[in-house]
Design a protein around this ligand. Structure first.
Ligand code: DGL
Length: 276
């Protein structure tokens, strides 16, 4: 029995899509979530900033006695994961490998579309992993620069958000993909709008959320470590944000499967992070 916590990192609230999967699969574990909301979006930042900021956040939550960390953020998973893995003893799980494996398994026509941040698209990492698994698969990617902020600003479910998504999907032109990877944790929060657009366009597209396979990978890792928390009760979740905790709580409440009374965010000042 190991009741140490599992750390979850995202640049903002998007990692809630990953936390939700973890809560379903591993409900007895304790979690510590950090969203670096004051410095997001990460996806348009230079790689050195992405490395530095993500390291500071992991350093902060590493004080919480962690047994593993899930880097829910695709941007950090694509550009800064080696930097993190070299710095800590606990296992650090990314979302890009699990997401690539899932997409390769489900595509039938070997055409996969990727929507992600600029940094994730430019890293080419999804493409690399997918081609390694199956060189016959064609991957096309569209960087959706404005979609993260659009979702953080509360447009995950409305018509404003839908129009933004539609514009990005139009960029795929006549590429007849049968599988689309949500290459950013924020996008599954707007899944309903993606589905509406595909329905209106009479397209049958399988939506891959890398969170699903990531949760399974965490489960396998804990099994290998013999580190499950066997306590009877549901685990607890601690939330940290680098910006306004009330606003963060409101967004978590909109997207999380946790009961409202279990959502309480604390502010981490970026200055505190620098002090370490
Ligand atoms: N949610 C993050 C991801 O999965 C990035 C969003 C951002 O640009 O900060 O890539």
């Amino acid at each position: 029995m190991d009741n140490r916590s599992i750390g979850i990192f995202d640049s903002g609230v998007g990692g809630i899509s990953v936390l939700n999967k973890l809560l379903k699969l591993l409900p007895h574990e304790n979690y510590v979530y950090i969203g670096d909301t004051i410095r997001m979006p990460y996806g348009i930042r230079p790689i050195d900033d992405i490395k530095k900021h993500s390291k500071e956040c992991i350093e902060f939550i590493s004080r919480e006695n962690l047994k593993a960390v899930v880097i829910a953020c695709n941007t950090v998973s694509s550009c800064a994961i080696d930097n993190l893995r070299d710095s800590y003893d606990f296992p650090i799980i990314d979302v890009v490998r699990p997401g690539s494996r899932d997409a390769v398994t489900v595509t039938r026509n070997n055409k996969i579309a990727l929507v992600a941040t600029d940094a994730t698209v430019h890293s080419g990492l999804y493409n690399k992993f997918i081609k390694k698994l199956n060189p016959d698969i064609e991957v096309q990617a569209v960087a959706c620069s404005d979609l993260v902020l659009n979702i953080e600003n509360g447009h995950a479910f409305d018509e404003v958000g839908k129009a933004v998504i539609k514009n990005y999907l139009d960029e795929f032109g006549d590429f007849d993909y049968d599988t689309l990877i949500f290459g950013c944790t924020h996008y599954p929060l707007a899944r309903a709008n993606f589905k509406k657009i595909f329905k209106e366009e009479e397209k049958d597209v399988f939506l891959v959320d890398p969170a699903h396979n990531t949760a399974l990978e965490l489960m396998d890792t804990l099994k290998e470590m013999n580190a499950f928390n066997d306590e009877e009760n549901e685990g607890r979740v601690k939330f940290f944000t680098t910006s306004d905790p009330k606003r963060f709580e409101k967004l978590i409440h909109e997207h999380s499967i946790l009961a409202k009374d279990k959502i309480k965010a604390s502010r981490v000042y970026v200055d505190n992070i620098f002090d370490i």
